[in-house]
Write a protein that binds this ligand. Structure first.
Ligand code: EPU
Length: 493
């Protein structure tokens, strides 16, 4: 669990890691390569380790290099079974289905099972692969897919909540090795799908239309291993920006791709957060994009060259406002506000003056964090796919429970802003998608300890005594009352 002593404004500069949700489907796609693959800037996360274990069980040699790259190569192309024990730990394991089927002609991939962020069906993945000619059945909890040779087809991948990100990855991967041309309509436009498509093209695939809902894929006979740098993690970047904003701090972020963050930056500016290029920001290759984005006039060109600039990303400077403004925020498929930052925005809006409405149109049930935020003193009412938040001036530390990856991040953010100690339990969820988040936040001035979840490790300030029914003495201790408020913590400018 984390014990967070809140009320410390964050200051300093940190680097954003490579994107988890790019790295995972890209690692799976390496199953299709002849020869070695080298992936750079792969974050060191539990999800990456889990997928690496699964890929090893499918005949890959995988080694992590000291420079944060992963070298990968298929050394045995016979295994086709992705076991339940590995797939159930992480839904993204399902990304091996398309590559395995396309390269080995057979795949038995366990169905992932339930999920805390709502229903996560996979029927669109199966629809797409069936359209390419695969015979698919579900048996004993496994999807069993077989084919002699995949054939190109026209496939509509839209679902009731928009397109599917990993579904597009699975079908796009399979179509690269199919005979003939495939058109995917209603393809996901997320930067992570573009990153995978760029890597596949470098491997020899012929994919056009990346970043648009219409993908045209001309099948090829073989793909070869390449070197590829994973794009920066736009969700980690957003989480760190919100950490600066919620603590009344001023933080600089390296390795941010602004073109991926327009919706997040726009919404944060509406809340009052100042976001600029840092004074010493390198002149980025995609400087035009950076400047366009900061001027708010980005037109959304999504050609691959503009999306896969690995070096010289601009440095962002984030400055918290004196007062946060309430806003309405709706999570939508890209280029909308990502559902993966919905929870973090909710934490921020708990401290904004006025009433905010947060809606999630991608995962309408992704609200388990709301009840935990209420334990920290927030006022939140759930109405269908929305949460209505009445902003408070202050949150107060409490013991809360993380339910999934992004909910954990939201609770950590709220804990950073809350008065006193906050305990966030089950932070193993957080470790799935953030590489030592507490180390980065502590480097910026936060006070977070990772300790074993045992009753004796609970901070005294969070234990009520039976005799008085009152919070213990430390709750009223003078240092508490003197904790800086947002106004008093603002650095002189
Ligand atoms: N959906 C269907 N049918 C399907 C597939 C999806 O109806 O066959 C629905 C889902 O229920 C959901 C919506 O479509 O309502 C979008 O789901 P999608 O398939 O796009 O989600 P995913 O591919 O399983 C990825 C990310 C998630 C992120 C979502 C949405 C990875 C590994 N995971 O999941 O990331 O929330 O896209 O952007 O890329 C996270 O990182 O914390 C995370 C959950």
């Amino acid at each position: 669990m984390f014990v967070i002593r809140g009320g410390k404004p964050l200051h300093g500069r940190v680097r954003v890691d490579g994107a988890k949700n790019s790295a995972l489907p890209i690692m799976a796609a390496a199953l299709m390569a002849d020869g070695p693959t080298l992936l750079r800037d792969v974050p060191n996360l539990v999800d990456v380790t889990t997928l690496a274990d699964l890929l090893r069980s499918l005949g890959m040699r995988i080694e992590r290099q000291p420079d944060r790259s992963l070298s990968m190569e298929v050394i045995d192309s016979r295994p086709v079974i992705a076991e339940y024990e590995l797939v159930r730990k992480m839904r993204a394991s399902f990304c091996v289905l398309g590559p395995l089927l396309a390269r080995r002609g057979r795949a038995c991939v366990s169905l992932p099972g339930g999920c805390n962020i709502g229903d996560r069906p996979i029927e669109l993945h199966l629809k797409g692969l069936r359209a390419l000619g695969a015979e698919i059945r579900v048996e004993r909890g496994y999807v069993i897919a077989e084919v002699q040779r995949l054939h190109g087809n026209r496939i509509y991948l839209g679902g009731p909540f928009g397109s599917t990100v990993t579904g597009t990855c699975n079908v796009m991967c399979a179509a690269t090795l199919a005979e003939g041309e495939t058109i995917i309509e209603a393809a996901a436009c997320e930067p992570e799908v573009i990153d995978l498509g760029n890597m596949l093209n470098a491997m020899g695939a012929k994919i056009s239309g990346l970043g648009t809902p219409f993908l045209r894929i001309e099948g090829v006979d073989r793909l070869t291993g390449v070197e590829h740098t994973v794009i920066p993690d736009r969700i980690e970047a957003a989480t760190l920006i919100i950490a600066a904003a919620i603590t009344g701090g001023c933080v600089e972020l390296e390795n941010v791709n602004l073109t991926h963050m327009t919706a997040v930056i726009e919404k944060l500016r509406e809340i009052g957060v100042r976001i600029e290029l840092a004074d010493d920001s390198p002149t980025p290759l995609d400087q035009l994009n950076a400047i366009d984005a900061l001027l708010g006039s980005l037109e959304g060109d999504a050609t691959p060259t503009r999306h896969n600039v690995a070096d010289d990303h601009p440095v962002l400077r984030i400055e918290a406002p004196l007062e946060l403004r309430a806003v309405d925020a709706t999570a939508l498929p890209y280029p909308g506000l990502p559902t993966d930052v919905q929870a973090q925005f909710m934490s921020l809006l708990c401290l904004a003056s006025g009433i905010s409405v947060v809606t999630d149109k991608v995962f309408p049930d992704r609200f388990l964090h709301a009840a935990e935020l209420v334990r920290l003193g927030a006022t939140i009412r759930r109405e269908g796919p929305s949460a209505i938040i009445s902003g408070a001036r202050q949150l107060s530390g409490a013991c809360v429970m993380a339910s999934d990856l992004r909910a954990s991040a939201a609770l950590v953010l709220a804990g950073l802003a809350a008065e006193g100690a906050t305990v966030v339990k089950r932070i193993y969820h957080l470790d799935r998608g953030y590489e030592s988040l507490e180390r980065k936040l502590n480097f910026l001035g936060a006070d977070i300890s990772r300790i074993e979840d045992k009753p004796e490790n609970m901070p005294r300030s969070l234990c009520l005594t039976e005799t008085t029914g009152e919070p213990p003495v430390s709750f009223h201790a003078p240092h508490f009352l003197k904790l800086p408020t947002r106004e008093s913590t603002k650095p002189e400018s």
